[in-house]
Design a protein around this ligand. Structure first.
Ligand code: 5GP
Length: 184
């Protein structure tokens, strides 16, 4: 049977719900209110790093009640034990960030490499200001020093799926965050 249609195997991959869709929605509503109050009257550009953050971006932007623009980029940090801030941009932003207060909207801070590199890259383009909002933070996995300005949930060292996060491109459409069953 084609692996794609092996529903039993697919379901086995979902070990345990860690964060419900209601908890996610409540945290995003609060974050949206804070962003709306902080940036009201200023040009805001929300920048999402594909693909993992696409669901978070879709919900966060709808929780923001003031005008804002949306941009996407694809970034891959070079693998290696000592990343020195080199990031491989496979799709760049179309915006001139020097005209905006930029908020990077990311799914998760894990080793910290991707965000450290993307922040360095965007800072070099002189945005009016730059902040990082992440849905999840896994501080125990950090390999480089990096702190987001806001992380909605801190989680232990588990591989998680759902709400945009995948395992081999599956599970992104789950409406909640779950622990992946590595034995599946
Ligand atoms: P970094 O290690 O550079 O902080 O994170 C790079 C990327 O790895 C994240 O943006 C995310 O897409 C992916 N990632 C890190 N931890 C997890 C996880 O637990 N589950 C999934 N699905 N992806 C993760």
């Amino acid at each position: 049977m084609n692996e794609i249609y092996d529903v039993e195997k697919y379901n086995k991959g979902i070990k345990k719900v860690l964060i419900t869709k209601e908890e996610i929605a409540a945290a995003i509503e609060k974050a949206g209110k804070e962003i709306s109050a902080t940036y009201d009257g200023n040009p805001i550009l929300l920048v999402s790093i594909l693909k993992g953050a696409f669901v978070f971006m879709a919900d966060l932007c709808r929780a923001i009640t003031v005008p804002c623009e949306i941009g996407f980029m694809c970034a891959k940090s070079y693998e290696g034990t000592d990343s020195t801030g080199v990031v491989n941009i496979t799709m760049d932003l179309e915006h001139d960030v020097s005209k905006y207060h930029v908020i990077i909207v990311e799914d998760i801070v894990d080793t910290g490499r991707t965000l450290k590199d993307v922040v360095a890259l965007l800072r070099a383009r002189n945005p009016l200001s730059l902040r990082v909002v992440t849905l999840l933070d896994k501080p125990s996995r950090r390999k480089v020093e990096f702190d987001a300005d806001v992380s909605l949930f801190t989680i232990p060292d588990l591989y998680v799926i759902g709400y945009g996060l995948d395992c081999d491109e599956y599970y992104r459409n789950l409406p909640y965050i779950a622990e992946y069953n590595t034995e599946a």
